[in-house]
Design a binder for this molecule. Structure first.
Ligand SMILES: CC(C)(COP(=O)(O)OP(=O)(O)OC[C@H]1O[C@@H](n2cnc3c(N)ncnc32)[C@H](O)[C@@H]1OP(=O)(O)O)[C@@H](O)C(=O)NCCC(=O)NCCS
Length: 233
């Protein structure tokens, strides 16, 4: 009972903080819009509407960038990390994981619009994700980035879910995901906790790789659950 109350109180604080976080990130865009309102007060209507419209658009982009930057700063401060675990939902470990997930969620709506870019790579790295050189992360769905390692020259396809956690009945499972060099994780594929994807492996679009699966280097896996469809050449 006490755990449940604690969880509800923390969730409510988290939701309220989201408003403050996003609100603070609005400041640069709001300043721009207010400035344009002021300098165009005596302009002709269409010209004014055009400039104000652009300032809203730029203000939105500024909000996304400021949200990502602000969340990255929190990432650098809190240095997210979790050890592998299988724990009850109502436990200190799951509360800590929940806190880190809320932190990540502050930026995710903005990451969605900006991937792939150096900005989202910067964000993922600030949240503890290890990303090698030449890798394209096109997905906005790297959950638990602090438990994900991606090698060099790999592609993480659009909408691919890389998750180091799974909720299972009464337990929360946490285990790192390791993706090697030169891998291709197809569009909408799902890589579950504890998976190791070997160098040069390909995971087909929409495949689901079950937890703790070891995909050997150079192989192609597809389907639900994913199975090998091509051996190493
Ligand atoms: C898996 C994949 C690499 C296979 O491509 P390929 O080497 O050209 O092979 P083919 O298209 O000839 O398919 C080989 C077999 O795999 C099957 N297959 C292909 N894609 C599949 C998928 N997503 N799920 C299940 N089976 C699949 C084919 O039906 C075929 O089966 P068959 O031999 O029984 O006829 C490709 O289909 C794929 O999913 N690429 C991911 C691309 C992507 O999402 N990039 C990121 C973009 S954001």
């Amino acid at each position: 009972m006490l755990w449940k109350i604690t969880q509800n109180v923390l969730t409510t604080i988290g939701i309220l903080y989201t408003g403050i976080h996003w609100g603070l990130a609005c400041v640069p865009g709001a300043l721009l819009v207010l400035y344009v309102f002021e300098i165009t007060s005596s302009s002709i209507l269409l010209y004014r509407a055009g400039l104000i419209g652009i300032s809203f658009g730029l203000g939105y982009v500024m909000w996304m960038l400021a949200t990502i930057l602000l969340t990255s700063v929190l990432g650098f401060i809190f240095k997210p990390s979790m050890a592998p675990a299988r724990v009850a939902f109502l436990s200190m470990t799951s509360i800590r994981w929940g806190f880190l997930s809320c932190l990540d969620r502050l930026a995710k709506p903005c990451v969605h619009h900006i991937v792939p870019s150096w900005i989202t790579d910067f964000y993922y790295r600030a949240m503890g994700c290890k990303i090698g050189k030449g890798t394209f992360v096109i997905s906005d769905r790297i959950n638990d980035p602090y438990m994900v390692t991606i090698g060099s020259d790999s592609i993480i396809g659009s909408k691919a879910i890389i998750t180091a956690h799974l909720a299972e009945k009464d337990n929360l499972v946490l285990s790192p995901v390791i993706i090697g060099d030169n891998c291709l994780i197809g569009l909408g594929a799902q890589i579950n906790p504890g998976c190791v994807i070997g160098d040069g492996a390909v995971i087909a679009s929409r495949a689901i790789v079950p937890k703790y699966t070891n995909v050997p280097a150079g192989e192609t896996w597809a389907g639900i659950p994913a199975k090998q469809i091509k051996k190493k050449k």
